[in-house]
Design a protein around this ligand. Structure first.
Ligand SMILES: Cc1cc2nc3c(=O)[nH]c(=O)nc-3n(C[C@H](O)[C@H](O)[C@H](O)COP(=O)(O)OP(=O)(O)OC[C@H]3O[C@@H](n4cnc5c(N)ncnc54)[C@H](O)[C@@H]3O)c2cc1C
Length: 380
């Protein structure tokens, strides 16, 4: 095994008060929260890759709380209390992002959110919009959080299969890479230590086993590895945490692009947005891949990519798009469970797990990080 020097052991590898595993949005914000509450804490973040390698720098950059078809499905599956609670957490997260980071060069644009629906879903959404808005009013303070708009607002073609659209002015978009860059700068500014490119192989109370370096000690450990948590947890950890691959396509420059904002389709499984003035990003459709998307392996599923492009051809025939118009593509891994709520639970004494943010971690991670810091400092 590689042997660390005395100099390394007494600096980079020295015992920490809190050791955070995973440098995604949750881990970075939790590290910052811990330092804010107690600047004397020695906080070390360990990340297996040279850059965070999960979802935080690979997502679509929606600061959103969900479209009508997703929220109505959640309402039916989990009941009004749970649906409203998750929307409240997401909405508060959007407000916190706006307050803390919108002015810090993260390409924050509050263009609002749209849900597009095809013929099969329009009557169902229209029929339940009042019910949904009634429940959301206590969170957003608006009588009509989602309101119908004409698709002609963003779609020029008369042959589009988009039969209806709904809009809210509260959602925003951002540049995930820039957000993580700002968080990293904040972490460095307050003296949070980092070990990038170091994989945690096992976690025990008071110590972790790190590839190359062996055992590192810490009084408290926070696991923010999200979709990759199962590898580090014992079989009796009660929460389901399933890795699911999501992929994204980014277009070449499209002249006269009329699409602006965060767009949701079919319970949030498909999402698209503008990137700058002339590029189109589309992602998701994991529901069409079934169990094949249940993997923690990065990579492409060309059949899904084709389906995403086909959907754009149906919705926006005016651009004449084909797969070749999307030269850039990548994937990321989200964590799914049996419900919509994140996991925040001790795996063993002084080892806390905070994660499973599904497709909403941009909005949700700040609140989860705050709760995790509270618990670790015994204020939860
Ligand atoms: C394609 C895609 C699109 C998405 N779009 C949106 C969106 O528009 N809006 C939204 O709100 N959410 C979106 N999400 C979800 C959102 O990105 C996640 O919920 C959020 O980033 C989770 O943050 P996290 O810090 O908890 O986990 P992650 O970002 O996954 O971070 C976990 C980190 O732990 C590290 N790690 C794992 N195992 C180990 C180990 N053994 N040792 C050391 N380090 C380890 C990983 O490398 C990773 O960096 C999307 C996700 C994907 C994949």
């Amino acid at each position: 095994m590689f042997r660390a020097s005395h100099w390394e052991k007494t600096t980079f590898l020295r015992e920490a008060d809190v050791l955070v595993v995973g440098a995604g949005l949750t881990g970075l914000q939790a590290a910052l929260e811990l330092k804010r509450r107690n600047p004397k804490l020695d906080v070390l973040v360990i990340e297996r890759a040279p850059l965070p390698r999960g979802a935080s720098t690979r997502n679509a950059g929606f600061a959103c709380f969900g479209g009508p078809t997703e929220l109505l499905a959640d309402l039916d599956a989990y009941g009004p209390e749970s649906m409203v609670k998750t929307v409240r957490q997401r909405y508060e997260g959007i407000q916190a992002l706006e307050e803390n980071y919108a002015e810090r060069g993260i390409d924050w644009q509050k263009l609002g959110g749209y849900e597009v629906v095809e013929e099969a879903a329009i009557t169902q959404v229209q029929g339940r919009l009042q019910e949904l808005n009634g429940l959301l009013a206590e969170v957003t303070g608006r009588a009509e959080t989602w309101s119908p708009v004409s698709p002609s607002y963003f779609c020029r073609s008369t042959t589009s299969t988009i039969a209806g659209a709904f809009y809210n002015p509260l959602e925003a978009q951002l540049h995930p890479g820039k957000l993580v860059t700002v968080l990293l700068a904040d972490c460095h500014a307050v003296g949070i230590r980092f070990l990038f490119g170091s994989t945690v192989l096992a976690v025990e109370e008071g110590r972790v086993e790190v590839e190359d370096f062996g055992s590192l000690k810490a009084e408290r450990i926070l696991l923010t590895v999200n979709a990759f948590a199962r590898e580090l947890l014992s079989d009796d950890f009660p929460e389901a945490i399933r890795p699911v691959r999501n992929q994204i396509l980014l277009s070449r420059k499209i002249p006269n692009l009329k699409i602006e904002g965060c767009f949701h389709f079919h319970e949030g499984y498909v999402y698209f947005r503008n990137v700058g003035e002339d590029r189109l990003l589309i992602g998701g459709a994991r529901h069409l891949a079934g169990v094949r998307s249940e993997t923690d392996a990065f990579g492409a599923n060309e059949a899904i990519a084709d389906m995403l492009v086909n959907a754009l051809q149906r919705w926006f025939p005016e651009y004449g798009l084909s797969r070749a118009d999307f030269p850039d593509a990548w994937s990321g891994i989200i964590a799914q469970g049996d419900g919509k709520e994140p996991v925040l639970r001790y795996a063993r004494q002084n080892v806390l797990v905070a994660g499973r943010l599904a497709g909403m971690g941009v909005a949700l991670s700040a609140a989860l990080a705050r709760q995790a810091a509270n618990l670790l400092l015994n204020k939860g």
